[in-house]
Unconditional design. Structure first.
Length: 99
């Protein structure tokens, strides 16, 4: 059963409500069942949308985190390279940056 498909969800809910209808009896009948199924279906759709949005956000955050983590070693490597430069090379580099 695929809960992403509306027809499958409704079929599942109707099957489960058969047991509920036995308890409630015929007092409220089919109109109650239709309303309950409709509301539950809307709740499931909203939940699926919210979960999809949440997972998309988590994926974006993870990409950003990975980007920052990947940039950290590069900063350390460039700092080490600059530490090895002579005073003259540092001055030249500073002049080039100011252009």
């Amino acid at each position: 059963m695929d809960f992403n498909k509306k027809q499958d969800r409704i079929k599942y809910l109707e099957d489960k409500f058969d047991n509920l209808m036995d308890v409630i009896g015929e007092t409220y009948g089919a109109s109650l069942m239709e309303e309950l199924v409709s509301r539950l279906n809307n709740t499931i759709e909203d939940f699926n949308k919210e979960m999809s949005s949440l997972f998309d956000l988590l994926k974006e955050k993870e990409k950003e985190r990975q980007k920052y983590l990947n940039d950290i070693p590069n900063e350390k490597a460039s700092t080490k390279k600059e530490a090895k430069l002579t005073k003259w090379e540092k001055k030249l580099k500073k002049i080039e940056k100011s252009k």
